[in-house]
Design a protein around this ligand. Structure first.
Ligand SMILES: N[C@@H](CCC(=O)N[C@@H](CS)C(=O)NCC(=O)O)C(=O)O
Length: 245
């Protein structure tokens, strides 16, 4: 455990990938500053992205500054934070397994992003709507059930301790799974509703995360920004195609 304050850098108006780090920091009760949301914070973030950091500059937010360390890549940040705050079991096997699951969630999140930006990240959604519709069809019919089924299967196999994806208490992977399900509920409510009966353990896990006192307090706070159409999880009804399947 450490009570060292952390500086989190992420785009100020969306949850985005920064939210996975925020949830871990909030569950840990760790003091942190969401730098880019404060005065001068964007300039500070751009300076570090431009190479003004010790060591290797990040390619993109989120990144975390802890003392002399500047750490980028969401899964890497969580791999750093979790053992310091009891958010992953101590042993190497469990830490690797947690990282494996987190990287798989990151792959899933990338595919969510590509439903509204299938052609180019630099173009607007409005400039790639036909391709987005095709991509979202594949995502909602094949990839989303496959990813969610994989995580449900992990809980199903963990007979007797199916309350957590890893270990016997809440880990950062449980928090991240909650975040992905929340985002999918926002972006693809009809598809998720249709899949929900096949995902009883995941649904229960996500509900339990929301009941954790620090997470409940965070979700009710102004620090938890609402989902919106600038983030990764965007609600475009024309892409939420469950009714047409
Ligand atoms: N794999 C990285 C992805 C980071 C990333 O794509 N960040 C987005 C915001 S969520 C960004 O600012 N990208 C800018 C860019 O790719 O040029 C991670 O998991 O942290």
């Amino acid at each position: 455990m450490t009570d060292a304050p952390y500086d989190l850098y992420y785009w100020p108006s969306i949850q985005g990938r920064g939210e996975f780090v925020r949830l871990a920091l909030e569950e840990a009760g760790a003091p942190y500053t969401d730098v880019a949301r404060g005065p001068g914070g964007m300039a500070a973030m751009m300076k570090i992205l431009g190479g003004g950091a010790h060591g290797i500059p990040p390619f993109a937010p989120p990144f975390l500054v802890s003392g002399a360390l500047t750490i980028a890549q969401t899964a890497n940040i969580l791999h750093f934070l979790a053992p310091r705050h009891g958010l992953v079991p101590d042993d190497e096997g469990a830490r690797l397994a947690a990282n494996q699951l987190m990287l798989t969630l990151a792959d899933f999140v990338n595919e969510v992003h590509d439903t509204h930006h299938p052609v180019a990240t630099g173009l607007y959604y409005e400039d790639q709507k036909p391709e987005a519709a095709r991509r979202a069809h594949g995502f909602t019919t094949e990839r989303m059930p496959k990813f969610l089924g994989y995580f449900e299967g992990i809980l199903e196999r963990a007979k007797g301790r199916e309350r957590h994806l890893i270990g016997a208490s809440t880990s950062y992977v449980d928090l991240a799974l909650f975040q992905v399900l929340s985002g999918l509920e926002y972006a693809f409510p009809r598809v998720l509703k249709k899949l929900a009966p096949t995902l009883p353990r995941l649904t229960a896990l996500a509900t339990r995360v929301t009941e954790r006192p620090r997470i409940a307090a965070y979700l009710a706070s102004e620090r938890r920004l609402p989902f919106n159409e600038q983030g990764i999880f965007r609600h475009y009804p024309e892409l939420d195609l469950a009714a047409k399947h």
